[in-house]
Each structure stands twice: as structure tokens, then as C-alpha cells.
Design a protein around this ligand. Sequence first.
Ligand code: SAH
Length: 386
Amino acid sequence: MATLILKRGAERRIRAGHPWIYRGEVADLKGAWSAGAAVDVTDSTGRFLGRGFYSPRSSLVCRLITRRDEPVDAAFVQRRLEAALQYRRAAGLVGAAYRLCWSEADGLPGLVVDRYGPVSVMQCLTLGMARNAPWVRQALERLFPEGEILRLDDATAARIEGFDPVRETRETELIVDEGSMRFVVPLGAGQKTGLYLDQRDNRLLVGGLAAGRRVLDAFCYSGGFAGHALAGGAAGALLLDSSADALALAGRNLSLNGWAERAILREANAFDVLRELEAHRERFGLVVLDPPPFTRRKDAVEAAARGYKEINIRSLRLLEPGGLLLTFSCSHHVTPALFEDICRQAAGDAGVHPRILATLTQSRDHPVVLAIPESRYLTGLLLQVP
Ligand code: SAH
């Protein structure tokens, strides 16, 4: 096995628990290596730090998969996936749809597995995982002998890592329960692996907040927030998304649950519609802002912050007295503290003085790794204006 030798000092972050190694931190690569295969990682004095898959194309050349001198093989992947399932069973997170494996948080960097009913959707995010996908398949077959496996790699990650993404399709769609709602899961045809599972807990929260309120779900995708709000007794809902496919899916979900008549769907840029609603002095009792990441790069955080600020100013102005704003960022460079600051500035500009009823994050099947701040990527606030 080849050995990746770090520069002096680069081991500090690794020792503190962070598993990522950037190209600039590497002093040398010794021995015969192959792209995507496991390498040993040592500090500059040759002391063993761990083992991970080598990604020569990416600036993130290695993510430690183990800190022990143990084989990384099919049995290893199986043990990690078993542990992931065990945690979720013990925590009561195993339902009709849940995330079984979340990359670093489950000790399998570069692998996501979501479960939808009997179907396991696996997503490879690194070259090493793509190359060793048969180990994952085998482990999933053992864990769920009755189930089906679908591989749906992320095209962006595949481009960065340098592998051909595998995207399998399935003939029939699935329908899964989430609280009192039922959702169509467009396996292979939708965003993410089908549903935004990271927002599950927050969607369920909305069900209990919406009674009697007029709701705006501004970046709705498959309509989960609006659907739960209507199920919770909302007076009506306006759903916006710039994607026609997303809106079609939202429409189907609302019909499936019997709420279509109380909803209006608009294919539009939410920035434009928020401005228009403000100009028309429309009022809502609950606004949900769950936009896509406005930046994936650290050097674009300022521009992203302006975007978040703008939609939050406008949404705060749309609230009736006592109105609620449920607002999120899923850009991992936008920390909870920064996001709160952006919302504070937005409230100042909007001339309102909301209080924070809850600070929110991703669902518990996407656990945050203490040593990896980037793993807390979803941050949100539930605000109420007087
Ligand atoms: N809240 C959803 C997930 C939203 S994902 C859920 O719980 O399932 C973000 C959505 O915003 C995507 O569907 C994307 O199509 C949409 N989107 C991206 N840019 C947009 C824009 N400028 N205006 C409206 N929608 C946008």
C-alpha cells in the first residue's frame, strides 16, 4: 500500500479529529499507488495517522476512513453500515424514509445511503467509494435481504473526483409516509436522492405551527413544508419554485394528500415574487425560506450573505402581527452565528423586532461530527414578529 506523508504541522488538525487532507498538506506519496485505492497516511516523521482512499484529481486528496491499522475492505464497510443502522434504530430514526449513512458522520466518508421503504439509494461522492461500490452493495444486500438497491451518484462530486457517475433508474415510483403526509419519491428523477431528508424534523415542526395561518413556501421543491402546514390546518398556501419538475411533484403530493384546492403553485424566481408580494402588501402568517446553497465556496460567503439577507428582509415584511418566519441556510460556510447575524441585519432593515422561538438544524439521521464544523451545514431559525 502507498503512503501519503504529510508536511510538518499538517497532522495537527487530523489528530484533533478532522479527517480531511488537502493536496497542499502533502509532502510526499511513496510506493505504488492507484487512484481511489486505500493509502496509509503518516505525519512528517512517519508516524501512522490512519488510512483513507486516495483521490489524485480532487484538492481534497484523502479523507481518513479509519485511524486504526486495519484492512479497509467489504467486511469493514459492512461493520460501519451495521453500526449506522444500529444508531438509527436505537435513536428511533428508522421510518419509511431516513438516511442510513451520512459520510463522515457514519465513518464512511464519501458514501450516502438513504432508505425509502424497501429501497436503499446509495450515492458515491468520492473516487474511492465509487471504485469500491461493490462492497457497499454487498453490505446492503446482507443488511436488507428483501430490499432493492439503486445507485444515484452526484454528478458534481463525480466531476470533481474524476469518475463517471452511475445513475440507475427504477420503473415505478415509491410513496412514503412522513408524519401524517404521504410523499411521492421520484427515485432517480428528482433532486437529492428523492426527498430532502435533512429537513424532515423541521417539516414535522411546521405541521404544529400552521393552524389558521396563510403560508408561503418560497423554495418548495416537492412541497413538504406547505403540505405539512396544510395538514396542520393552515388556511391556504402559496408554493414557489423555479423548477417546473419540482412544482409538478409538489402538485402531485398536494393532490395525493387532498390539499390541492387550498394551494396555489407558481413557477417563478422567489426573489422576484417576494418583491412583488411586498409591493402588493400581501400578508402571511407563516413564511418558509429553504433556498438552495447560495455558495459552496468560502470566498463567496459575502455575496451569499447578501442573498440571504434580501429574502429575509422581504419575508419579514410580509408577516402579519404574530407571524412566523422559518428560515434556513444550507451553505456549510454560513455558520449558525453568521446566519443569525444576517437575520438580525435583515430584521433591522425590515424594521421589525422578532424573537427566536427555536434554533434549527438538520435531522438527527444527519448527525454533526464535533470535529468537523462543516458537517453542520443546515442552520435555521424560527422567528416570530410581535
Ligand atoms: N423545502 C424543500 C427543499 C427545497 S430545496 C423540501 O423540504 O423538500 C430548494 C429548492 O429551491 C429547489 O427545489 C430549487 O428548484 C428551488 N430554487 C432554486 N433557486 C430558486 C429561486 N431563485 N426561486 C425559487 N426556487 C428556487
